[in-house]
Design a protein around this ligand. Structure first.
Ligand SMILES: O=C(O)CCC(=O)C(=O)O
Length: 295
């Protein structure tokens, strides 16, 4: 099967694209989970969340998109069909959606918080700011490390990527570059960036083939169902396949860390201030920076 990722078409099962493996068989074994995270740079957990709660959060988001004229109302709302001429929406920090009981019941559920308290070995907190995405047709996320967006506190910080509904390959699920959390030169260069301080765009590449040819490994992805989630660290290179459908790919990404470690001040508190520069000013192109770093 062929899929689109950034500027390339890739064949699933080729040297460029394989399948993520889930860790459900070792759930409950903390040592094994920590070892798996160290080895793979991610944990794919099927039914991490209650699927019914995910569906309720999905509905809240779809109602918000419909109220903004972004849904084609000739189809059932749950299908999330994109209105003529509408594009994707980034609703990061939009508390009217991200702080509804339905949404918080997924990303701040007692089960999720307990998972991180156990995994991290101390009481866990989550950033107040939540990243929420309705990805439109032919849209995708370029390859990046999350540290460049949220590296002012502890690096012992984890992302949970939660699809809000089923995300088959054609809807543009998340993809991870195998072994990228061990690429020391990349971590020492690109991995030291703070997009706001350095006024640098955050995506490292739109070209998944270039990344594999240069750094090795394969891109790994899978079909997600409502309730599934993938957890990864700050130095795991990831992006998404392209959404090639007429329906939105809905997902959120949220962050978790130990309460007793410093947190990036842009993302916590009652009204997190968010990025200082990204999205507000022209930034240096990553191509220039990559030449300087030699990566
Ligand atoms: O959902 C996406 O397209 C990107 C998500 C992402 O970059 C993240 O979870 O850190």
């Amino acid at each position: 099967m062929k899929v689109q990722m950034g500027v390339r078409e890739l064949e699933l099962g080729s040297q460029y694209l394989g399948e993520l493996r889930d860790c459900n068989a070792i759930m409950g074994n903390l040592d094994a989970l920590r070892q798996r995270m160290a080895e793979d740079g991610y944990l794919l957990i099927r039914r991490f969340h209650d699927p019914e709660r995910v569906k309720a959060a999905r509905r809240v988001l779809l109602e918000n998109l419909a109220a903004n004229g972004q849904i084609d109302t000739r189809y059932p709302l749950d299908e999330g069909v994109i209105a003529e001429g509408a594009r994707g929406a980034f609703l990061g920090g939009a508390k009217a959606v991200t702080h509804t009981p339905e949404f918080l019941a997924v990303v701040e559920s007692p089960e999720v918080m307990q998972f991180f308290t156990d995994f991290l070995g101390a009481p866990a907190i989550t950033f107040n700011y939540k990243w929420l995405r309705a990805v439109g047709k032919n849209e995708f996320t370029g390859a990046h490390y999350d540290i460049v967006y949220m590296g002012r506190g502890t690096t012992n910080l984890y992302t949970v990527w939660t699809p809000l509904g089923d995300v088959p390959l054609e809807k543009g699920p998340l993809a991870i570059l195998e072994g990228s959390h061990r690429l020391e030169k990349l971590k020492e260069t690109y991995g030291r960036v703070d997009v706001d301080r350095d006024r640098l765009e955050g995506w490292f590449s739109n070209d998944p083939v270039e990344m594999v040819d240069k750094f090795g490994g394969r891109w790994l992805t899978t079909e997600f169902e409502a309730g599934d989630a993938i957890i990864f660290g700050m130095f795991t290179m990831h992006g998404s396949l392209n959404n090639v459908t007429n329906t939105y790919r809905l997902s959120c990404d949220t962050r978790y860390q130990r309460a007793d470690e410093p947190a990036d001040e842009r993302w916590i508190g009652e009204n997190p201030k968010g990025h200082e520069v990204l999205g507000k000013e022209a930034l240096e192109s990553i191509q220039e920076a990559r030449k300087r770093w030699g990566v």
